[in-house]
Design a protein around this ligand. Structure first.
Ligand code: ZN
Length: 136
């Protein structure tokens, strides 16, 4: 029979091994980058509206096409179509623009893209590398 102190030491050693195994078995979630949460549909909607306004304003000033297609995750589209529908319609009216939406099932909930609806050209993308797409 081992003395108490030895048992305690053995116990601690085993715990340390378990923790080591656990930390090598898991890495930070790449989806939320270890935060444990992602941006809400409301937060995403605010960002998207800001980019729509910037693009429509720029295109209106330049006399360019204001037919935009917004590519988003399904949960973000649900928010845009329900709670924010009126706001988006007001933006269309204000800038004489037209908005259409497309769900990309593979898209991360925090990523969205705004395209020229006629040419398909990407006008804004959250995943674009610096300099690749001029931000609105
Ligand atoms: Zn996560």
């Amino acid at each position: 029979v081992l003395p108490i102190s030895h048992l305690g030491l053995l116990e601690m050693t085993r715990q340390r091994v378990d923790e080591g195994v656990l930390s090598s078995m898991y890495v930070d979630c790449p989806y939320c980058k270890g935060r444990g949460s992602v941006k809400s549909p409301l937060s995403m909607s605010v960002e998207i509206q800001r980019q729509i306004v910037a693009l429509m304003r720029r295109h209106k000033d330049a006399g360019q096409n204001r037919k935009l297609q917004v590519v988003v995750h399904q949960t973000v589209l649900d928010r845009l179509r329900k709670e924010d529908e009126v706001v988006l319609m007001e933006l269309e009216a204000k800038f004489s623009g037209y908005l259409s939406f497309k769900v990309d099932p593979a898209r991360h909930v925090e990523d969205f893209e705004i395209r020229n609806a006629e040419t398909g050209e990407t006008l804004f993308s959250t995943t674009a590398k610096a300099g690749e797409v001029r931000p609105g």
